[in-house]
Ligand binder design. Structure first.
Ligand SMILES: [Ca+2]
Length: 416
């Protein structure tokens, strides 16, 4: 038998759904069961004169009606007054209120496919979801039982960078703490012990470790907790990004310093006071460290009271200044759109890695306080300190790998 999509439905909803690729049903004619059902449905063994018996009623439609049909057995349709040209008479009848408004319990739809891993480095999670809409509960029917979202761990190793740290499994990676016994950084999972201060879980996945400086006793006001990176070799510029939580009404201060090989510190970033309960992203460009080894240092200063837990997670480094936004490829000509030649890098071009040119141009432009920069002719680094009409000669598609060709600019803008 071949069933309609609403076969056995009590509520006029589809009960049968096509699944692509599935191979079901009789395709070479009727089965024995098909023939018995057809004969019985159409009263074929009684074939002769006049009407068949009425069929059973159909399910109720949206406008609360049901129908039944009977068939004319005769070869002459005039034997069956009221019959259609197809030999069928259809009778409609109102459904009862109970039938039309019967409660329908909800049922889960299919699971979505798994999401990608939440991290492109180390431990993350992936998830899939389903909704209670196949069908949705109606007329006080029950909601689906069971979970709507499922989560699984996933681990991505390929792009891990050794300088990045997510404090996974309580590891400090290359970071080292100072030894103030009353107030220091410590690894932690879940909420901190004092309500209304500290985060609820780590930033990486919500399930793993972060580090924080606990403000409860024995810590006292203005205690200092230091977290110092390994020695980094000289580099022209880098962007460090991190997540911090500074939740608590007597919040102290968090600062980031760069420390040279003689131990003198320069402040790159600082935040003071309550910043709310969520993780917030921070970033700082590390520049002007091209001659000596250096370290990065986080310094937490405890506030006047114990509602002052300061937390950190997901500290990453990348080899560009922070926040260089790609504005795109544009034509240029004499009377340059970006007026200053910051540096000519044409004798250093690595034709297999044009990003080296972009990075060096970006670092030099950042050091010299340019707001906009562009790479033209594969190796010329042009800039403008103020807002300029970088697009005044029109857009172009004559750029490659983030650099412009002859008289085209690939333009970037610093966002910090
Ligand atoms: Ca973490």
């Amino acid at each position: 038998m071949h069933y309609g999509i609403q076969s056995f439905s009590k509520n006029n909803k589809d009960t049968i759904r096509a699944i692509s690729g599935a191979n079901i049903g009789q395709r070479d004619g009727f089965s024995k069961t098909d023939i018995i059902k057809l004969n019985s449905l159409y009263n074929c063994h009684l074939r002769g004169v006049g009407w068949s018996a009425w069929s059973g009623f159909s399910p109720c439609t949206k406008d609360c009606k049901k129908k039944r049909q009977r068939y004319c057995f005769s070869s002459k349709l005039e034997d069956c007054p009221g019959v259609s040209s197809h030999g069928v008479e259809t009778q409609y009848s109102p459904c009862s209120t109970d039938d039309c408004y019967a409660p329908i319990d909800g049922h889960w739809g299919r699971w979505s496919s798994w999401s990608g891993c939440s991290k492109n480095c180390s431990m993350g999670f992936r998830s899939r979801t389903r909704t209670c809409t196949d069908p949705s509960p109606l007329h006080s029917g029950k909601y689906c039982t069971g979970i709507a979202k499922e989560q699984q761990d996933c681990f991505v190793k390929s792009t891990c960078k050794p300088d990045n740290c997510e404090f996974t499994s309580g590891s400090y990676c290359h970071w080292v703490r100072n030894r103030n016994l009353n107030y220091h950084w410590q690894t932690h999972k879940g909420e901190t012990k004092t309500p209304a201060t500290g985060p609820n879980g780590d930033h990486t996945s919500g399930l793993d470790y972060y580090i924080y400086a606990e403000a409860s006793v024995p810590a006292t006001p203005n205690d200092i907790a230091l977290l110092t990176s390994k020695q980094f070799p000289p580099s022209q510029c880098r962007c460090m990004t991190w997540y911090y939580s500074m939740y608590g009404k007597t919040m102290g201060e968090l600062s980031v310093y760069i420390k040279d090989d003689r131990g003198s510190r320069r402040k790159l970033w600082s935040k003071k006071g309550d910043q709310g309960s969520k993780w917030i992203s921070g970033e700082a460009t590390i520049s002007n460290v091209s001659s000596t080894d250096y370290q990065v240092e986080f310094e937490a200063i405890r506030g006047p009271s114990y509602h002052a837990d300061i937390a950190l997670d997901d500290i990453y480094f990348r080899e560009t200044p922070c926040g260089a936004e790609r504005l795109g490829c544009f034509n240029d000509r004499y009377g340059r759109a970006l007026p200053d030649l910051i540096v000519n890098l044409r004798d250093k071009i690595d034709w297999h890695d044009m990003q080296k040119t972009v990075r060096e141009c970006a670092c030099t432009a950042h050091e010299q306080g340019y707001k906009y920069f562009a790479v033209q002719f594969y190796g010329e680094c042009w800039g403008s300190r103020d807002f300029i009409a970088y697009d005044k000669y029109g857009a172009s598609d004559d750029c490659v790998s983030g650099v412009g060709k002859d008289f085209t600019n690939f333009v970037y803008k610093f966002t910090d």
